[in-house]
Design a protein around this ligand. Structure first.
Ligand SMILES: *Cc1c(COP(=O)(O)O)cnc(C)c1O
Ligand code: SF4
Length: 342
């Protein structure tokens, strides 16, 4: 994933809270700096670190602040730290694990499932998640924003079976409010589209992105709105995340969450129970628990299927049904996300 373009080089040092764009520009990208902030010994960390220029370390400072000091196994840290294991070439792990490129309906539009099309709005993200299944996606050629959304809009218009558009990426909320407004303004000419869904990590990893301009845009869009956030651990969900979620609901948004089951991060029934509880406390329902997509560089996060089923079955004995996410796998060419079954 490419980083969002920093806005300008120099910032004045003052006491006013930084806006989200400034926080993006100010994200931690240097592993040594991350070690310094977290009081981790670079001598012990560096031998395991990977230099990954095309998918570099990237993490907002407010997210770093939620990590535990001096803990190399911290579940938030593990989501962003580029490890030398990323170099392993493991059979079965590829650069397009879920068949995205075969599902292209137009530049920047993926169409896999009936009634729903997914728009690759941008390649930029606030954070670089090491297990991301689109970490090798050719965003430069396949972003829907090119030509001012026109190719995307023409494709959506031409297919009256579509009732739901999913803005994805990358992270679509990396785009400015003005760009997003342009998109929904153009959607007014596509009357068969009833629902707008947004897949985003911003409410979790940079909640200040959920500001008034964005809320105004959402509230004014004449569509049903669903925002699917992406939290993997209860410790990601603090008061600033609560505030962002409350504001999104206030703008008429239904909030769901998807989680990726990740070894060392959340592969225990206690961790996932706490996560569901924390999500509901923030007004968010758990939607999917994804087993890892087999993307090159992420094999060290894999939890085997038998263990995934065991955790999921345990989860169902501890929580009300509405707090148990569906355990699914994405299978290239399948007509839906597939339930993982024994
Ligand atoms: C995951 C995905 C969707 C959404 O699937 P739901 O089961 O509706 O959440 C839609 N389109 C594509 C291409 C997807 O990968
Ligand atoms: S998982 Fe989402 S936020 Fe993380 S790098 Fe991938 S697209 Fe970006």
């Amino acid at each position: 994933m490419i980083a969002a373009t920093p806005l300008s080089g120099q910032f004045e040092l003052d006491q006013t809270p930084k806006g989200w764009q400034q926080q993006l520009a100010d994200a931690v990208t240097d592993p040594l700096e991350l070690c310094r902030i977290l009081q981790l010994d670079p001598e012990t960390i560096l031998p395991v670190l990977e230099r990954s220029p095309e998918f570099a370390l990237r993490v907002p400072r407010s997210y770093v602040a939620k990590m535990r000091q001096a803990d190399p196994r911290d579940p938030l840290l593990l989501q962003v730290l580029p490890l030398i294991e990323e170099n392993s070439r493991v059979p079965g792990y590829g650069t397009d694990p879920v068949g995205d490129l075969d599902a292209r309906a137009a530049t920047g539009v993926l169409h896999k499932y009936q009634g729903r099309a997914l728009v690759i709005a941008t390649g930029a993200c606030a954070i670089h998640c090491r297990y991301c299944f689109r970490r090798h996606f050719p965003y430069a050629e396949e972003s829907g924003l090119q030509a001012g959304w026109q190719t995307v809009l023409a494709a959506l218009k031409a297919d009256p079976t579509l009732s739901e558009i999913i803005l994805s990426g990358g992270d679509p909320l990396s785009l400015s409010d003005r760009r997003l407004q342009q998109f929904t303004d153009a959607l007014r000419e596509v009357p068969h589209v009833l629902r707008l869904r947004i897949h985003t990590r911003y409410p979790v990893v940079l909640p200040d992105r959920i500001e008034q301009g964005l809320l105004n845009w959402l509230a004014s869009a004449p569509l049903q709105k669903v925002v699917v956030i992406h939290a993997n651990h209860a410790r990601e969900i603090d008061s600033s995340v609560h505030r962002a979620c409350t504001d999104l609901r206030g703008a008429g948004v239904t909030l769901l969450n998807q989680t990726v089951l990740l070894k060392g991060v959340n592969d225990s029934v206690e961790t996932l129970t706490d996560l569901s509880e924390a999500l509901f406390a923030a007004g968010v329902l758990p939607y999917y628990l994804h087993v890892l997509d087999k993307v090159q560089g992420a094999a060290h996060f894999d939890v085997d299927e038998a263990r995934a089923l065991e955790i999921h079955a345990d989860l169902a004995t501890r929580l009300p049904g509405y707090l148990v996410p569906r355990l699914v796998r994405e299978v290239a060419g399948a007509p839906a996300k597939m339930p993982v079954r024994a």
